[in-house]
Design a protein around this ligand. Structure first.
Ligand SMILES: [Zn+2]
Length: 311
């Protein structure tokens, strides 16, 4: 009788602990590196907590420098989600020191992820914006732009969060399943939207799109590495015009930080039109809605320019 009484008491006490540690109090401190990944983590954490984003605003993940507030967030983190070697150069060598307590989740190791090698050589110029360090690894790290990869990442994010915070596992798994349905539906509407654009030749300034192209049957014919800040010399401009003519490019896609007048200089004397694509969500607000908005905006940017270019 005495034993049964103690057992009941212990169970009751344990239950109180679980209730006290309930969703809000038990929320782990989570940091995510770049906007698209942060968005997927935010979807899975809905109702439990909000992840902290490192590369905020219009900053480029390829050339980011950590701020003191970022270092403090990393120091306190329980989990850090990052895409892996080759993207967030600012984390590469220092993650163990910066986030000593945290589980580090390298999203490029997600089971079932499609990973493609960097597309370089021929009409694809080297990725100068990604820094010399980025290229000890020859994988193309823009894998998150394939919605199928994003769906695989949702599962991985839910299991990492559940391992760190078992009390909220059911919420994480339910959110991931819900987000998976949303992305699956979006993927089929995008496939329909983009189908008429198959085979229209285009050129990009930042070769971020091969996962998106492969998923939706599109194909860039070349990439040109152009700086948004430095004006190119006359010889370089003339080489680029020649390349655009040779490639018969219908559209040239710059990113939001490029000045329209600078882009127009490259197009003079060619039949290419100018378009804008924002592969890392620089112009979008962070949060759970960013990822769907990001891939929809890519599809719309491609459609606007390439459908006007006509077959
Ligand atoms: Zn990029």
């Amino acid at each position: 009788m005495q034993t049964l009484y103690s057992y009941t008491l212990i169970r009751w006490f344990a239950l109180c602990l679980v209730v006290a540690a309930g969703p809000a109090l038990g929320a782990p401190k989570v940091v995510a590196s770049i906007k698209p990944l942060h968005s997927l983590v935010a979807m899975v954490m809905a109702g439990v907590g909000e992840p902290r984003l490192l590369v905020r605003g219009a900053a480029s993940p390829h050339a980011y420098a950590l701020r003191p507030s970022d270092a403090a967030a990393l120091q306190a983190a329980d989990i850090v989600f990052w895409t892996g070697h080759g993207m967030e150069v600012f984390l590469e060598d220092s993650l163990d020191t910066l986030a000593p307590r945290a589980a580090h989740i390298d999203m490029s190791a997600t089971p079932g992820l499609t990973l493609l090698p960097l597309r370089e050589g021929g009409t694809f110029e080297a990725h100068a914006d990604e820094g010399a360090d980025a290229h000890h690894d020859e994988r193309d790290m823009h894998f998150f732009l394939d919605p199928e990869n994003a769906r695989a990442m949702l599962t991985e994010i839910a299991s990492a969060l559940s391992a760190a915070d078992p009390a909220n596992a059911a919420t994480y798994l339910g959110n991931a399943a819900e987000a998976d349905k949303t992305l699956a539906a979006l993927e089929s509407t995008l496939a329909q939207q983009l189908r008429p654009l198959a085979g229209r030749p285009f050129v990009v300034f930042h070769d971020a799109y091969q996962y998106f192209e492969a998923r939706f049957g599109l194909s860039a014919v070349g990439s040109i590495t152009v700086s948004a800040d430095l004006a190119p010399g006359a010889e370089r401009v003339s080489d680029i015009r020649t390349a655009l003519k040779t490639l018969n490019a219908a559209c040239v896609f710059a990113e939001p930080q490029f000045d329209a007048a600078r882009v127009a200089v490259f197009l003079e004397g060619t039949s290419a039109r100018a378009g804008t694509l924002d592969p890392e969500g620089a112009a979008l607000n962070e949060g759970p809605g960013l990822y769907p908005a990001l891939v929809q905006a890519l599809a719309d940017g491609l459609t606007t320019c390439l459908s006007a270019a006509g077959p």
